[in-house]
Design a protein around this ligand. Structure first.
Ligand code: GDP
Length: 443
């Protein structure tokens, strides 16, 4: 799995930090030393690691962190932010011209990087967006590449333009654009030839296309499994041809992740997509922030911590914690948490991050997040009394609630049961619950 070993190591390092009430500068230094080793072992570029650790250290030993209620969490938050920055901070989209113009994308990369496969994957994504892509076989050196593109194009139900292997790639590209104009295609994706290593012929060919065709963008495809080689390749392509975006393939098999982590820092160019498998659907948009959270194994819990930090009303947070501990947790609170969590991704990943909870969670205890709407309806069908004192909900009340919410009584039963379990679990949870406290809702 992507980043698995790095992820394991970082999570282990932070497990220790998180548990500590107070942190000393030495604690932070020791943890960061381990982070440094973990990143180097993940094959992240040495200079990138050095800068990264320096930045985190500067921020982490600051007063705000050391004096905060949860210094360990704050350090993790900083690492998360810096990991995000490292990978480009913002999500970068493939640049597309308006539908009435032809977007021309030149795909580049070494042989075996996954260029032809990725080209077809992108075509599928664009098609789903309502674009009309045309794939162009510019790899005239490997007849198999032309064939492969045709097969993949067919699978994606996207037309493939080919002139065999006797024409110059530039001429094929020119003819393809004319073909696109006539056939109403508005994205032309050039699948150019790769070589085993960066060589001059390949570069010259790409330069020739770049200089004679109005490209909307150049996209480099690199293989994550090749680690720092991929980064060096990217650097060379960027210097010789200029790249606008990068696609890192085979991240599904790369447990280290060094290429994905260093490539933006070294080239200055963003990762657009990541390849997560051989199937043509296995291409994911790259979100630096989500990837950082994924590496740290924290789902979107950081958003929750942030929310808690922002609403610094510590008294209310404390009050809530007390209420939870005394199991005075009500359906109103439940509703409040549900709505907060709704847009933050996995509830289970979120709860599993809470100190003392990890491992105690099982899916039965949590509502299916798609069902949240229904759950809300059920809770809104409860009286004020039922919501604040769930113990009064007897079978006849359940029947009434089910009717009001337009659901089966079994769903009300399930919710009440889940609620009881969640309440029990939260009672035993020592950690940060943050939150804005109970908010009154109508209903
Ligand atoms: P090209 O020479 O750069 O055009 O590379 P290909 O598109 O022919 O891909 C080389 C091999 O890598 C093929 O077996 C692909 O199925 C495989 N491949 C491409 N992308 C991915 C990916 O994201 N994950 C995995 N596991 N395999 C990939």
């Amino acid at each position: 799995m992507a980043f698995e070993s790095l992820s394991d190591k970082l999570q282990n390092i932070f497990k220790n930090l998180r548990g500590k009430g107070r942190l000393t500068e030495e604690d932070v230094k020791a943890a960061l030393k381990e982070v440094k080793i973990a990143l180097l072992e993940a094959d992240v570029n040495f200079k990138v690691v050095k800068d990264f650790v320096k930045k985190v250290n500067e921020r982490a030993v600051g007063q705000d962190v050391m004096n905060s209620l949860t210094p360990g969490q704050m350090v993790i938050k900083i690492v998360n932010e810096e990991l995000t920055n490292l990978m480009g901070s913002e999500t970068t989209e493939l640049k597309l011209l308006p539908d009435n113009q032809i977007t021309v994308i030149m795909m580049m990369g070494l042989q075996g990087a996954g260029k032809t496969t990725t080209t077809a994957k992108i075509a599928g994504k664009l098609k789903a967006k309502g674009k009309r892509p045309l794939l162009v076989a510019c790899d005239v050196y490997r007849p198999a590449a032309i064939e492969q593109l045709k097969i993949n194009g067919e699978k994606q139900q996207v037309p493939v333009f080919s002139m065999g292997d006797k024409q110059k790639p530039l001429n094929i590209a020119k003819a393809a654009i004319e073909h696109a104009k006539k056939n109403n295609n508005n994205v032309v994706i050039l699948d150019t030839a790769g070589r085993l290593h960066v060589d001059e012929d390949m570069m010259n060919e790409l330069v020739e296309i770049r200089d004679n065709i109005e490209l909307t963008q150049t996209v480099l495809v690199v293989d994550a499994m090749t680690g720092q080689d991929a980064v060096n390749v990217a650097k060379e392509f960027n210097e010789k041809i200029g790249i606008d975006g990068i696609i890192v393939t085979k991240l599904d098999g790369d447990t280290r992740g060094g290429a994905a982590l260093s490539i933006k820092a070294i080239t200055g160019k963003p990762i657009l997509y990541i390849g997560m498998g051989e199937k043509l659907s296995d291409l994911e948009q790259f979100h630096p922030d989500r990837m950082a959270s994924r590496i740290l194994g924290m789902g979107d819990v950081l958003s929750l911590i942030e929310k808690a930090e922002q609403s610094i009303d510590q008294d209310k947070a404390k009050e809530m914690e007390q209420r939870l501990k005394k199991a005075q947790f009500t359906f109103d609170d439940y509703l409040e948490y549900m709505s907060q969590i709704k847009n933050m991704g996995g509830l289970s990943s979120l709860l599993s991050m809470m100190p003392g909870v990890g491992g105690k969670i099982n899916d039965d205890m949590l509502p299916d997040e798609k069902q949240l709407g229904k759950i809300e309806a059920i809770i809104y069908s409860m009286t004020k009394e039922e919501r604040s004192n769930p113990d009064v909900i007897n079978p006849s009340r359940k029947q009434r609630i089910a009717k009001g919410a337009g659901v089966d009584i079994s769903q009300v039963n399930k919710l009440v049961k889940q609620f009881e379990q969640a309440r029990k679990m939260m009672k035993s949870m020592p950690g940060l619950m943050g939150g804005k406290g109970k908010k009154k809702r109508g209903g």
